[in-house]
Design a binder for this molecule. Structure first.
Ligand SMILES: Nc1ncnc2c1ncn2[C@@H]1O[C@H](COP(=O)(O)OP(=O)(O)O)[C@@H](O)[C@H]1O
Ligand SMILES: [Mg+2]
Length: 415
């Protein structure tokens, strides 16, 4: 399938021509395109990198890096092959070697998540690198990658969505652009001329709070204070009128398992649009001064669900012994998706769009946690964004149910 190029925006053209002699920026060695999702960064960086590497070098090695090997294939290789097809340039993909050969140049593929990726990098002498979503790479990988580009005239092409204000890409790259010889281009959705206003609005609705500022406005801002500031005690609650109100809806139950920590079950109904958390189970062994066994928890879950074994149970994937106990008892169980940042972003979207509600008086611990669940301030100053590990038990269960069950907004997210 060929790639249909459409007119490039002025910002995209800057990204396309920065390395040309006389562009005014060709003295820079690194180019960084950061900003909103879907703003046309990846597409233009691939083309720019290909044109540069093919024009300037022959018989050289280059680095192509993504967050994972899969992300690199989806986000970089697949559009790149389509572009090459459109341009009529032949290529050879040596899949098992992880190399793409174009002309006389070799492009080596890396997923930055692999422990051995850096070892493989270490042995290389490269003439250039293209890194997609670089803010999600470990810093050591980015440093190593830049270090390997030792051929005279080498250049590094980076792109990413913004992250926290203390992220190293912000503090050590963007804020020190001049001394590093870094050319920075900041993208907004207006820089992608192919997006209609309706599509832009759809993306905007799909992100809430700090994620809206990072992914839609393209700002390097930290997550601070409460994790779910968009929660509204009126708009996000409902009063049960009777069991009939859930008739025909799918029932499921998210579990955050704990023995010394609290153990939480959330009984939830899905009408196809809105999740309603009808009831909570919250066993705090420290407060009760008694730990429960897996068998006791399984008894409690059975009673909590009024013996309804049809309910889909979404369990914390690390709770191996409890999962085995539940399976033996005939429960239908499913592993929760446990990616914290994406899970929180999606949960925030559902809360902000009032697609996640809790029964007004049945979930006191959930409500308490929602107002006490905060971002980790110390991690933030180190450039990491994660919630503080306290008041997070019902919060984990709520995130599991949103992230595991909801595909409503996921299609908008796929980068
Ligand atoms: N000049 C262009 N020609 C064709 N399609 C484009 C162009 N610019 C952007 N697009 C489209 O916009 C989508 C989002 O662009 P992308 O570069 O992936 O954004 P980002 O990396 O900023 O998230 C691409 O998948 C592509 O379909
Ligand atoms: Mg991209």
């Amino acid at each position: 399938m060929p790639f249909h190029f459409q007119p490039f925006s002025p910002k995209q053209r800057q990204a396309l021509y920065w390395w040309h002699p006389g562009s005014g920026h060709d003295h820079c060695r690194i180019m960084l395109a950061d900003g909103a999702i879907r703003s046309g960064k990846t597409v233009v960086m691939i083309l720019s990198f290909l044109r540069w590497s093919q024009t300037v070098f022959q018989d050289q090695d280059f680095i192509l890096a993504g967050v994972t090997a899969g992300a690199l294939r989806r986000n970089v290789l697949s559009p790149m092959f389509r572009m090459l097809e459109t341009l009529g340039v032949p290529w050879e993909y040596r899949r098992s070697a992880g190399v793409v050969v174009i002309g006389k140049n070799r492009y080596h593929l890396f997923g930055a998540d692999k422990d051995n990726a850096q070892d493989k990098l270490q042995g290389m002498t490269a003439a250039g690198a293209l890194a997609d979503e670089a803010a999600l790479f470990p810093r050591s990988f980015v440093d190593q990658m830049i270090g390997r580009c030792s051929v005279t005239g080498s250049r590094i092409f980076l792109n990413c969505n913004p992250n926290g204000a203390f992220h190293y890409i912000k503090t050590d790259f963007i804020d020190r652009a001049e001394e590093m010889g870094l050319y920075r281009l900041h993208f907004t959705m207006e820089d992608n001329l192919t997006l209609s206003p309706e599509i832009r609005e759809g993306y905007a609705r799909a992100f809430q709070g700090v994620f809206y500022r990072q992914y839609i406005l393209g700002e390097w801002v930290s997550a601070e204070g409460t994790v779910y500031p968009m929660w509204d005690d009126d708009a996000n609650t409902y009063a049960e009128t009777g069991p009939d109100m859930y008739r025909g809806q799918r029932r499921f139950c998210a579990v955050d398992y704990g023995t010394t920590n609290p153990c939480v079950f959330l009984d939830t109904y899905d009408d196809g649009q809105v999740f309603r958390i009808r009831n909570e189970y919250y066993w705090d062994s420290k407060a009760a001064r008694r730990q429960k066994t897996d068998a006791e928890y399984a008894d409690d879950l059975y009673a909590f669900l009024d013996g309804d074994l049809e309910t889909q149970i979404i369990v914390d994937p690390s709770a191996a012994s409890f999962k085995a106990e539940l399976r033996n008892r005939g429960f239908r169980i499913q592993d929760a998706r446990n990616a914290v940042r994406e899970g929180i972003a999606l949960t925030a979207t559902l809360i902000g769009n009032r697609l996640l509600l809790a029964e007004k008086s049945a979930c006191p611990n959930l409500m308490k946690e929602i107002h006490s669940y905060v971002w980790d301030e110390r991690a933030r100053l180190k450039g990491e964004e994660k919630p503080l590990k306290q008041f997070d038990h019902a919060m984990d269960a709520m995130r599991y149910l949103c992230h595991t069950r909801s595909s409503r907004f996921r299609s908008l997210r796929e980068e």
